[in-house]
Write a protein that binds this ligand. Sequence first.
Ligand SMILES: Nc1ncnc2c1ncn2[C@@H]1O[C@H](COP(=O)(O)OP(=O)(O)O)[C@@H](O)[C@H]1O
Ligand SMILES: [Mg+2]
Length: 384
Amino acid sequence: MDTNPQTALDVVAGVVAKPRVLVLFGGRSGEHSISCATAGGVLRAIDREKYDVVPVGITPAGRWVLVEDDPDRWAIIDGRLPEVVDGPSRVLLPQAADEAGLSLLAPDAAPSALGRVDVVLPLLHGPFGEDGTLQGMLELVDLRYVGAGVLASAVGMDKHFMKLVLAGQGLPIGRYTVLRPGAFERNPVAWTQSVALLGLPVFVKPARGGSSLGITKVDDLAELPAAIAAAQVHDPKVVIEAGIVGREIECAVLGSPDGRRPRASQPGEIVVTDTRHDFYDFEAKYLNEAGVELTCPADLPAAVNAEVRELAIRTFEAVGCEGLARVDVFVTPENRVIVNEINTMPGFTPFSMYPRMWAESGLGYAELIDELLQLALTRPTGLR
Ligand SMILES: Nc1ncnc2c1ncn2[C@@H]1O[C@H](COP(=O)(O)OP(=O)(O)O)[C@@H](O)[C@H]1O
Ligand SMILES: [Mg+2]
């Protein structure tokens, strides 16, 4: 049941109050700085005539602090990665579903009210942000938020369960194996043989990672133990995939109001042109813009374009996604489309693929933010 239907349109003294948006970013994952960069873009573009903004950063240690509402503070400039720094006061969420307000807790002082929040915009990537944990916390107190719910976030984050869900619904994925914590160490010879069956190269990945952190392309089985150890820096569970030869194509999906079908953007293509990168790794994604070409729309035959968009929507629906997601696929030389992954909180700076693909499809960055906020403001809380 929707216990809080009024929040989006609270009437205060005869004036329709602006929805108050908690822009939440930073966080505990390895993608902390990327989240800050996204927040910089959003703080610059969000329509201040229409929304009040409360920027809240989460430090790498997980502390919630009120931060500067300054887009420049959060940009990646000359390779310097922004970070939320701790301060003396803490931002507290409402403690119960019938309390809509945030509080600020300062040392040696009683908690002070920070006012109500109508919607949370969680611009968090990776574990403890994009993986359902934060979403669960917001569900508990009936706070509306942008994007996927608890289950879809968790499934989208975990490449193991993502593959199970996609395969279970007949979507095309590549071959892979999963190393649970400790499994390789117990039997390295058997595991090396089973990885060899995938054929080389393989991609060794943290199951719940992002931004290519901890991923190694392995061309020689002798490199396997080191690659597994590198992935385990991020996650004790590791996914190993057969390398797929194909173009890297992405598609942005946006939820629709009133139970209508989600929308798919024009697909984009990523071509890593700098040969120092073996694949689309962390440096290629964020630190070497000149070494990567992002093309939108991707130059695809019409039938392949349509298939990518259809598969992107089916992937979005397969994991029960809401709001937004970027679906990444490979298109093989024979024009087979294979789903690589779904990202329930994709990179969202104005230069990121998700907003760029929408811009190319006729929806600008500020309007995109507005659409996402409106979708979240009008969706009911509780089971949907
Ligand atoms: N099975 C694969 N075959 C070929 N390239 C891959 C494969 N898996 C990953 N890659 C390369 O590694 C990059 C990052 O992998 P991805 O699964 O998207 O992880 P992340 O969640 O960190 O973005 C991809 O964009 C692609 O360049
Ligand atoms: Mg990816």
